[in-house]
Design a protein around this ligand. Sequence first.
Ligand code: FES
Ligand code: FES
Length: 162
Amino acid sequence: MSQVHVTTEINGDTVEYLCDAEETLLDVLRDRLQMTGSKEGCGTGDCGACTVMLDGRPVCSCLVLGAEAEGRSVSTIEGMSDGETLHPLQRQFLDNAALQCGICTPGILVAAKALLEKNPNPDETEIRYWLAGNLCRCTGYDKIIRAVQAAAAEMRGESNAA
Ligand code: FES
Ligand code: FES
């Protein structure tokens, strides 16, 4: 089977890979690039566990072809921390016990980061709407909402908030 040669940018680095024409970006990330942070919950665009940023917009990487990343910019959960220093969202998810099995967590973190870049001070309803496409079967969502609110407050410089 012929393969497609792709040159793209992932988390700020230029990356080249070969993939099958019908191979998803999620499979490329996980199976060819060993970037296993993005999870496959459903493979059909319903759960959000595979969320990555593509040219600055959150997408389900299970619905994007690896070939479609040609010439574009991809951000994944692997690029969220600054070396050993966790992003405030990552730390607040830990501090607020906002994860259990963790399958949904990378996708929710990527989506929540996109929200806070768009709106640094979302209210609870806005957070719930924004994350409506990211399903979690464990937490009941309340701790996730609290963690996003705490990270937002921290990023606004309100260190004692939440
Ligand atoms: Fe992509 Fe569920 S694995 S939306
Ligand atoms: Fe298990 Fe969300 S922590 S699905």
